[in-house]
Write a protein that binds this ligand. Sequence first.
Ligand code: IPM
Ligand code: MN
Length: 357
Amino acid sequence: EKTYQVAVIPGDGTGPEVMREALKVLTTVAAEEGFGVETFPYDLGGDRYLKTGEILPNGVVDELRGFDAILLGAIGHPDVTPGVLEKGLLLELRFQLDQYVNLRPVILYPGVDTPLKDKGPEDIDFVVVRENTEGLYAGAGGILRKGTPHEVAIQESVNTRMGVERCIRFAFEYCRKRNRKKKVTLCGKTNVLTYAFNLWERAFYEVAREYPDIETDYAHVDATCMWMVKNPEWFDVIVTDNLFGDIITDLGAMIQGGMGIAAGGNLNPQGVSMFEPIGGSAPKYTGKNVINPLAAIAAVQMMLEHLGEDKAARRVEDAIRVVLSRHVKSLAAGRMGYSTSEVGDLVAKYVKEPVAG
Ligand code: IPM
Ligand code: MN
């Protein structure tokens, strides 16, 4: 019997609550499908930082490299200066573990409301492949003449051929496997960011030549936002840089019904990958048992897919679909019609006893 070793970072705010439900579902599906899961909790995040001053203690990253996968709840604490934990923990993990793709599916499930008029589940089904180790997130910067009227802040975007190309290649490979519309759209800003996206564009069309079965398309990031709202059915796989990917995937989460269902994977296909609900730590809902755990459960589904446990992944997805179509009234915290733990129980129940739609 295969046993997976999974590091678990519940993190801040509602992170621990949603993680509890995610692990409930993981344990259930593992028992059903006959594989083992051993979880190893890591107490990282705002509380630890406030108590000890430690964000990512020495040695932790090397320990994490030894796991089959990592699950992350949420990072962000109201008493910690914005940026400290985000950069010191979440981005540091992505960078040090070289998780160069941030994969974010945008899927509208039946029974879920989208703010888009006249659009349904058949129209909203695409994935964003976000470069996850470079761009404006990794560039140098500085503030000159700080505090004077002549202050200048500079923030550079770093785009390496290797980093861009491996991300683009992942997008084409993923598109082939997805087998839907078979189209990869490069989302950039070639009309203004003429250095960065010149490199992206050349890499994109060169890699595309290796995939003659896949259609290519290009859209500026502003137009991408427009089409995501107006014609989301045009998209299959979108590949883009770190910041644009960050921005358009929040828009993506909204058109798929909200943060309550949006999950992502920080992938290093050669190393250890980390899966997370993409919403924040939601401090105001902390401890109330009202936050939606489905995004964290969907992160477990992505992790199972990544580990090659396709049957288990499908079982979790099917259970999520049933819970969405039969039970939860809204994805929003406090309006689900069920508590956090009840939603987790429901998903676990349908994992055990699958039913149709
Ligand atoms: C995300 C988040 C992070 C990001 C923040 C918390 C640093 O918004 O995962 O999308 O910008 O990548
Ligand atoms: Mn974001």
